[in-house]
Design a protein around this ligand. Structure first.
Ligand code: SF4
Length: 362
């Protein structure tokens, strides 16, 4: 079994459409990359009609075939632990109830998440939208896209539109351009954000042609989703560099996942590696109470400890905000640095635990 680093790469490897056509979809395809463990083989069969199993050859090349606990493999190869999650919910953020029209999620007054596509290059086992990604009934028909755009046009408070999914960059350049042109024609839409994991899972999608097209519709922002330093490859770096050279600020939203990035050293390597690539660590999400993901969840206190340990020990802008997403919006989770008042002073704590008193301005 050869790893991606040592095997000869087939012709077409760097063509994103080749990658999409040659995705791993079953245990036999996976066997070309690694020998599935008994647990993985049985989970692939047991979960076949519950949550799609799809991996790009590029992302498979990052997996360690010799390590069943490999943090890349853990994110995308099914495990039987997914069948044992009594607390898991189908829609923990109540997104369906927050949708004024199909696939538009409104939690805040001025911005929406617009799930334009329900396809991804691969399917992450902890995906918050596993109820819809890859599922036929959630795909947006052209008429439904038009209805959603009409709703945005009729709702003048919406100034910030996040295109998400699924993954909007799975769209062809032409279809994405049509959508961006429609949104740009709405005067109250000030910014368009794109949420895409393709810089991580299929970096060849970020072509010069795509970036040139996106740059016509500024201000465009893009948030991607690196979870582990091993994902920070030369190809991923090139994709992020193309985006930033096109004037698109790139941020990262990771998820705190047991066995993937739930340690100070891994999180520090990830965040510092992102900053070296000029990608700003933006959020790290607490994993939701989502069906089939109990084995990924980390106690919130542990998450707070990890980000507290980073404070003062790396550049401040390399530390993402650790948040819990809820049906009421995102709640920042942080060590309590502000201890309270004492007379005219406030008592605060430094990164290394020293106490400071500061006169509180009246
Ligand atoms: S790329 Fe994002 S939307 Fe797609 S499966 Fe992964 S987490 Fe879900």
């Amino acid at each position: 079994m050869a790893s991606g680093a040592s095997r000869a790469l087939p012709e077409g490897w760097r063509d994103w459409t080749w990658q999409m056509r040659n995705r791993i979809r079953n245990a036999d395809d996976l066997a070309a990359w690694l020998s599935p463990t008994a647990d993985e083989a049985s989970a692939i069969a047991a979960l076949a009609d519950r949550f799609h199993f799809v991996i790009t050859p590029y992302y498979a090349s990052l997996m360690d075939p010799a390590d069943p606990l490999c943090p890349i493999r853990r994110q995308v190869v099914p495990a039987t632990a997914e069948l044992d999650d009594p607390d898991g919910l189908r829609d923990p953020l109540d997104e369906v109830a927050h949708s004024p029209v199909k696939n538009v999620i409104r939690v805040y007054p001025d911005r929406i998440a617009f799930c334009v596509n329900n396809e991804c290059a691969l399917y992450c086992r902890y995906c918050l939208r596993k109820r819809m990604v890859g599922e036929k009934g959630w795909a947006m028909k052209q008429r439904e896209l038009g209805e959603a755009i009409d709703w945005i046009r009729r709702t003048p408070e919406i100034r910030d539109v996040l295109l998400t999914g699924g993954d909007p960059l799975v769209y062809s350049d032409d279809r994405l351009e049509w959508l961006l042109a429609e949104l740009r024609a709405i005067p109250h839409v000030e910014i368009v954000r794109i949420g895409s994991r393709l810089p991580v899972t299929l970096p060849f999608r970020v072509t010069d042609a795509l970036c040139e097209m996106l740059a016509k519709y500024h201000p465009i922002w893009l948030n991607t989703h690196f979870n582990h330093p091993r994902e920070l490859t030369a190809d991923a770096e090139e994709a992020c560099d193309r985006l930033t050279r096109a004037g698109i600020p790139v941020g990262n939203q990771s998820v705190l996942l047991r066995g993937v990035n739930d340690s100070v050293s891994v999180m520090k390597q990830l965040c510092e590696g992102l900053v070296r690539m000029r990608v700003r660590p933006y959020y790290c999400y607490q994993a939701q109470l989502l069906e089939g993901t109990a084995h990924f969840r980390v106690p919130i206190e542990r998450g707070v400890e990890i980000f507290h340990a980073l404070r003062g020990r790396t550049s401040g802008f390399a530390i993402p905000q650790y948040v819990l997403d809820t049906p009421y919006g995102k709640i920042p989770l942080a060590h309590p640095y502000l201890h309270g008042r004492d007379g005219d002073d406030v008592i605060v704590e430094s990164y290394d635990g020293r106490i400071w008193r500061e006169r509180n301005p009246k």
